[in-house]
Structures are given as C-alpha cells and as structure tokens.
Design a protein around this ligand. Structure first.
Ligand SMILES: *Cc1c(COP(=O)(O)O)cnc(C)c1O
Length: 375
C-alpha cells in the first residue's frame, strides 16, 4: 500500500509534500470523467456540455468521496501508531462506513458514533454493512449526547486497549483530510490537459461538512483552473457555512504551504464559491421531490444511481440552472460523491437483530415516503 512519487498528481506537482504529508494509496484513482450526452439531448441543450466525475468508483470495496480524505487521515493514524479510529455521522453515514472499511484494510479497528437521521433504505444497508465490517456502532440522541458518549467510549477504549483511538472529524473534514480533494482538483487538471473534458465553468458538488467543495476550490485555484464551485448545501448551517468555508480553505492552504513552500497561500476566492441554499429542503437526510426527480432523470438517461441525501439535491441544483438558462454556452461538471460499488452480496441474509438495539427502529419503521427507488 505504498505509492511512487507520481501516483497522485498533487505530489507530482509539489514533490516537497511527498513523504512529508502522511499518505496511503487506498483509492482507485483517477476516477473516470464521462459526458452526459443523452441527458443533454433530453434536456434539449445544444450549447451546454454536461459531464460527471465518477467518484462513485473511487475505491473498493466502497467508492464515493470519503476515500480521498481517508488516504491521508488513516495514513496519519497508522503512522502515529494508533490501533483504533473513532468517527461521527448520521445513522446511515457513508463516511463512518467508509472509515471502518478502509481502516480494516489497514489493520485498524473503528468506532462509529452516530446520531439519528430520517429513515431510508440506504440507512439500512449502511448499518448492515457496518456490522459486516466489524465496526463498533453507537447511537446517541443529539449532538451534545454524542459528544459525552464519545468521551465515554474514548475512555473505555483507553482502559481496554491502553491507547486512545485516533479521532476523525465528521465527514473526514479537517485540513489533512481535505488534501484529498486538493489532489482531486489536480487529477481533474490532468484529465483536462489530456483532452478528456473541456475546462468546466462550474463544478457542482454537495456541501455536507464542506471538505469536498472547499478542498476542490483550493485545488482548482492552485492548479490555475477557472471553474467556480457550486456548493449545494445539504446540512444545517452549523456544518456548512461561508465562514466555515473560508476557515477550512485557509487552514488547508497553510498545511500544504508548510509541507511544500511552493504551494501558494491563496486568499479565499469568494467570487468562485457559489453557495447554494435552495435545495436543502427541511432537514439533513430528508428527501425532496426535486431531488428524487433528479435521481430518476439521471438514472433513466445515464444509468447512474444517486440518492436523496446528497447527490439528488446537488443534481437538482444543476438541473434548475440548466432550466433557467444559466448554463448556456457553458460546461458543467457534476461531482458524483455517492458510492456505487454493490455490496448487496455481503449483507444478504444478515439479521438486523445483531445490531445494537437502538438501531432496530430503522428496520421496523417505514422508510421516508420519497425513498421509493431501489438502491
Ligand atoms: C459525505 C458525503 C458528501 C459530503 O461531503 P463533505 O465533504 O462532507 O461535504 C456528499 N455526498 C455523499 C454521498 C457523501 O457521503
């Protein structure tokens, strides 16, 4: 699981970072870029180019956006001699599941501290896959209780193993985790240079804990690309805000500048960061009719499978811009952050009663009404 200097475009561009930043090659990168030609035809746009960045294929056994961050975060945990990691998320957290799966690949145990979220089929499958992966699962009602229960678990694990677990922030969003998305922008730059797509004017991505959108923004500007980032907010303002974006941007730029002084200390490019609020709906994890319409349309025209918590809301924002003629003569890239690797075989026949009892309700209560598509 080691890499050569050129395996990640960020290291090729800034060799001083190599060996200074912790990194382990976990993902299957670069991810492909594809044109959404059938969708362009269905929408009747002859002067708009639509592309998708297939981060759904970013890794095995689990794709999506988290593996890019985990390449750095888990490398640090291992480098510092940790045996366990602890992280946070909603009950159906893709991040907590990805963390557990890749931690296990590296011989680390993981603990997920989860909070309740609206029920969906994806919540059920992620919980069962977490059980299958041997992840230790806890659910607490609300943020404050999660913080207290996490302290308790950290203490218990220290008593049991003699060592604290390595803490990973919600979504893997920290300066170090975000380096994965700075690298992703350099990866995109290489694909543009190779003629795989024209330079996009706009990149649409979900803004959950903001690591994806802000890491991309920093990487795009450092790579000299013109693209603006349309960050579609899918979480409450405490997780996703302009202030947080500027803070994360600066802390990641500083980290990279310290690792290799050739990396520029760029100012936050407010004019290139389009923060989109209109597709959030009523709550995190609660699907909206526009999001599910977007999920259906992309499924029918391209066979790609989105979901209602992140990518459906994001794609709905892109479609609304197409319909309002805001993308005329422009090229837009949709960053697909949702895993598409199938793990139904692994969880087939699993019994939810083997989960901690606080999770039974996701299997005994109906899923939310808009969650009608198979996953
Ligand atoms: C976590 C997640 C996001 C949000 O990424 P952040 O970096 O936390 O903003 C988007 N899409 C999917 C499918 C995710 O699991």
């Amino acid at each position: 699981m080691s890499i050569t200097l050129t395996d990640r475009p960020l290291f090729a561009r800034y060799p001083g970072m190599y060996g200074v930043l912790p990194h382990v090659s976990l993902g299957t990168l670069p991810t492909p870029v594809e044109r959404l030609q059938t969708l362009e035809q269905v929408l009747g746009v002859s002067d708009t180019r639509l592309y998708v960045k297939r981060d759904d294929l970013s890794g095995r056994p689990y794709g999506g956006n988290k593996v890019r961050k985990l390449e750095f975060l888990l490398a640090r945990a291992a480098q510092q001699g940790y045996k366990e990691v602890l992280t946070f998320g909603g009950a159906g957290s893709n991040h907590a599941l990805a963390t557990g799966l890749y931690a296990r690949q590296m011989g680390l145990q993981s603990i997920s501290m989860l909070i309740p979220q609206p029920n969906a089929q994806g919540v059920r499958t992620n919980l069962l896959m977490s059980l299958h992966a041997g992840i230790e699962l806890h659910q607490s009602p609300g943020m404050l209780r999660t913080a207290l229960d996490s302290l308790k678990q950290v203490g218990l694990h220290k008593l049991r193993t003699g060592q604290f677990p390595y803490l990973i922030a919600p979504g893997g969003t920290s300066a170090l985790g975000m380096v994965g998305f700075v690298n992703a922008a350099f990866e995109l730059k290489e694909q543009i240079d190779h003629g795989e797509l024209p330079e996009p004017d706009l990149i649409y991505a979900a803004s959950g804990t903001m690591g994806t959108v802000v890491g991309l923004l920093l990487g795009l500007k450092a790579a000299g690309l013109k693209a603006k980032v349309a960050a579609v907010r899918v979480t409450e303002a405490q997780f996703s805000s302009e202030r947080k974006a500027a803070r994360l941007f600066r802390s990641t730029a500083r980290l990279l500048h310290r690792a290799d002084p050739a990396f520029p200390l760029l100012p936050f490019p407010a004019e290139d960061f389009l923060f989109v609020h209109d597709f959030y709906g009523e709550a995190y994890g609660l699907y909206t009719p526009e999001a599910m319409e977007a999920v259906r349309l992309l499924n029918d025209t391209s066979g790609l499978h989105l979901e209602g918590t992140y990518t459906g809301k994001t794609f709905a924002a892109l479609l609304a811009d197409v319909k309002a003629n805001r993308l005329e003569n422009k090229s837009a890239l949709f960053w697909n952050t949702h895993n598409s690797q199938d793990f139904s075989g692994e969880i087939a026949g699993m019994d939810y009663h083997d989960l901690p009892a606080e999770f039974y309700r996701y299997f005994e209560e109906p899923v939310q009404p808009l969650d009608l598509l198979p996953h």
